[in-house]
Write a protein that binds this ligand. Structure first.
Ligand SMILES: [Zn+2]
Ligand SMILES: [Zn+2]
Length: 304
């Protein structure tokens, strides 16, 4: 091997296979629930509203896992020039939505505030066609101001169907997207990224989709918004003794002035781009003061 090669060049050798796409991990929602409970105990102030919120989300995740396992799965139809998990998936799963809505509500209703109870009663009272229309708009972050209270619940439901459907796919069925920051599986904007901590993929960056929970490789030296490849910065809070915060970084691009958060799995092997995002908002606050523009929407952050 030519020792003058860079890590990227080594990884481009034909004998080194980098999986471009990785299906959602088995029992991902259970792992996320454990992570959220851990973050509620270690990051949030004890008994604070934020700690209760993280614990509520953990309960949502456990219900998601249960519903994901029980979901009647449709075989994905792969067509040229169409995303494997297209927006049509919401219509295709129309028979499943009534049960998903009612079962998710049943699983968490004892934990809901009176306001959230009211929101759920509104959702449950809607005809299926309107529930589906809301799900379609939630998928593309296009809910009206009056519908914002539905965001977390609609996204939790969408995640169940899209994640379960992504489990049915294989790497060879996925075509890389021209826009690297968007999921090649369902088209959603990446909520964040992880840097793999160990094994032969150590050091590689995988972007994470919060909708279908699949991950795709993208070269770490390039901006995931504009593909710029010079002087990308990785900002972190250096002074913290908090291990969760120490594992979080923001990839900042001097060209487009965007940033996306990523998590060093070598430091926090159970970091989850959806859960840890909620526990590392201090990083976003610091970056927003310098006018960096965040990329990657976390639907669980909108309600907070
Ligand atoms: Zn996706
Ligand atoms: Zn950029």
């Amino acid at each position: 091997m030519n020792i003058s090669m860079t890590p990227d060049e080594i990884q481009q050798q034909p004998f080194f296979h980098i999986p471009f796409w990785r299906a959602p991990e088995d029992e991902l929602f259970t792992a996320r629930a454990r992570r959220l409970n851990h973050l509620a105990r270690t990051i949030a102030v004890a008994d604070s509203n934020w700690a209760h919120y993280l614990d509520l989300l953990a309960a949502v995740c456990l219900a998601q896992e249960d519903l994901c396992q029980k979901l009647t799965v449709l075989k994905p139809v792969i067509k040229a020039d169409v995303l494997p998990l297209s927006p049509d998936l919401i219509d295709q799963y129309a028979p499943s939505w009534p049960q998903l809505f009612s079962h998710l509500h049943q699983a968490i209703h004892t934990r809901l505030t009176p306001t959230a109870q009211r929101v759920w009663q509104e959702l449950l009272a809607l005809p299926l066609s309107e529930q589906i229309a809301l799900l379609q708009r939630a998928r593309i972050h296009d809910l009206t101001l009056a519908e914002q209270d539905y965001t977390i619940w609609l996204n939790a439901l969408l995640q169940i169907v899209y994640t379960r459907a992504a489990h049915e796919l294989h790497e060879e069925q996925i075509t890389p997207s021209a826009e690297i920051g968007f999921c090649p599986c369902c088209g959603h904007d990446a909520v964040g990224a992880v840097i793999i901590g160990q094994g032969e993929l150590a050091g590689l960056r995988y972007l994470h989709c919060d909708l279908c929970n699949s991950r795709w490789h993208s070269v770490r030296a390039r901006c995931s918004f504009c593909d710029h490849d010079h002087d990308l910065g990785a900002y972190r809070i250096e002074t913290t003794d908090n291990e969760v915060l120490a594992a979080a970084e923001a990839e900042c691009c001097p060209q487009c002035h965007g940033y996306r958060k990523r998590y060093q799995l070598e430091k926090q092997q159970n970091a989850d781009p959806v859960a840890d995002d909620l526990a590392t908002l201090a990083l976003d606050v610091l970056l927003s003061k310098d006018n960096w523009q965040r990329g990657g929407v976390n639907p669980f952050l909108l309600m907070a």
